[in-house]
Ligand binder design. Sequence first.
Ligand SMILES: Cc1ncc(C[n+]2csc(CCOP(=O)(O)OP(=O)(O)O)c2C)c(N)n1
Ligand SMILES: [Mg+2]
Length: 673
Amino acid sequence: MANSISVLNHAADNIRILAASAVEKAKSGHPGGAMGGADFINVLYSEYLTYDPGNPTWAARDRFFLDPGHMAPMLYAQLCLIGKYSLEELANLRQWGSPTTGHPEFDPTRGVENTSGPLGQGHAYAVGAAIAAKFLAAHTGNPSFAKETIYAYISDGGVQEEISQGAARIAGTLGLDNLVMFYDSNDIQLSTETKVVMNEDTAAKYRALGWDVQVIDGNDAAQIRTAIEKAKAVKGKPALIIGKCIMGKGALKEDGSSYERNCKTHGAPLGGDAYKNTVKNLGGDPENPFQIFDDVKVLYARRDEELKKIVSERYAEEKAWAAANPEKAAQQAEWFSGKAPKIDWSKCVQKDNDATRSASAACLGVLAEQVPNMVVASADLSNSDKTDGFLKKTTAFQAGDFSGAFFQAGVAELTMACCCIGMSLHGGVIPACGTFFVFSDYMKPAVRMAALMELPVKFIWTHDAFRVGEDGPTHEPVEQEAQIRLMEKLKNHHGKNSVLVMRPADAKETTEAWAAAMNNMSTPSALILSRQNIANLPEGNDYSQVAKGGYIVAGSDANPDVILVASGSEVSTLEAGAKLLREAGKKVRVVSVPSEGLFRQQSKEYQQKVLPTGVKKFGMTAGLPVTLQGLVPEAEGTVWGLESFGFSAPYKVLDEKLGYTAENVFEQVNKLF
Ligand SMILES: Cc1ncc(C[n+]2csc(CCOP(=O)(O)OP(=O)(O)O)c2C)c(N)n1
Ligand SMILES: [Mg+2]
């Protein structure tokens, strides 16, 4: 029996009251958008979203991704109706220690599938999750994944963000028919009406990108229901429902006149009498607003029963599949366990004196063979960033065929990174993505969100320094390592370094760096890799020490007069300089620090053993000097770094001109004595 429209409207009003009241009590927040979107979210949750009320992390559940995080009160109010939050928690919106944070923070057990706030990224998370569902359907055969729908809720701000175009392009190209987006098109944004900044035919734009598009009244429950039915039935295309919604639906001003379609309700409590009038208008009690109406309780109790039935049927299908495919079922359980995959790295054969990007390709070849749930992406650079080491052993996704494991993202680094985040949020796959290090600048907002959400996405950044050479300063990273190492210093809410950043010094260190990245399932990892060949570290080097983040390289002298410190290819330059220094009678230690963050996690004794206070030190980095200044205190030595943009010339010329030579190491170190 279909729910009556009047009950659905009552439930939407209930959401409006709860959202506006939470904001009113918090004295801050965003009521207007939440009130306008209430009808859609209510129809979705009361009739369509398929999840297991008793098992919130069921692998094949439908997902709901909210992009406009400022509409948190709408999501929390909805999640109150299905029992994931208490009314008391809702009433504590935005307060210290409350789970109802100002913008939603990833917690699938509570029904929050993504952290949201930076507008636009949610579009690509949803696309990534839809890709993951297609991948899992193809690679496990579990029939549940083919029935899964990814819903995304987007708004004017997200549509204006460029990433929305990248996400829509990919969803259209890959024909993601398991993706349904609802666009809350209310013609209002934070500071203006949308017409001031936007004069596009959004429906035509999405159609041109290969989407099925419907335009409806976003506050009409019957139209919403029909639109979701149609969207779910679309084959071979993603679906967009453009809902013309009324900002602040039902809101009244203090004088009782309409407070709808008003920018002021975007980001401030309705306030005083306006609030009271609004709650009364919506059928609530301003003195006691945190209530769920009886008929709304019945609506959701009935949906709960319905879900139990739907889910038990799905579980029965999954059980039959698991019985017929015990290995696949065990594999799926492993993929969703959150445990690091077991990898036999002895299969990874490295060439001597190789570029670390090529060494990474060797690692990726091993991963392609041993980690069947890994997905590797590249932003149209797979033959340069050497993710082709993975691609050569699989095929790229295409519409209707997700049997491979490579994701060609096109030239869209932020989109690619956010799609990888979405895959990781979905769970069951381990995503990695590659591009040039200088373009990590385009990905920084995604890295930050992956770090905040503690997702084990792997970032592969090659062409790590000015040694890109002839391409010149646009392609030569300088300050990027310092930036990403700041993320290494930033702690996540579990007190861990929020990102693991490794810049290996030679081919074999690269294997160890990849091993560390694959072992790390609790934060993102980044690998910074060279374009050019690098001489091997000295014979007998103990590479197992890479896991400590910093260590003494083989061949170092006891009781050194000076300690030379670097990461990446500068370590080999220091080795060449050390040779000259030793010939001149100096005792030299060379220390490789692929990750300062990891090194700082070791015991104080170990850190002192490697870099004892009081011994002269010299650091060399192709990045800004600050990259190494944490390891080389000013009182004990100097850091040779790059303090300007790079230049266009063959890299060996740049090494000479910029002082990255054995001779300059010799000269600079001698200045310390
Ligand atoms: C990347 C990013 N830039 C800016 C903001 C600040 N911001 C939050 S909401 C908003 C306006 C969004 O308008 P819309 O999506 O239409 O939401 P509505 O006003 O309809 O609730 C802005 C600029 C943000 N959250 N993220
Ligand atoms: Mg808007």
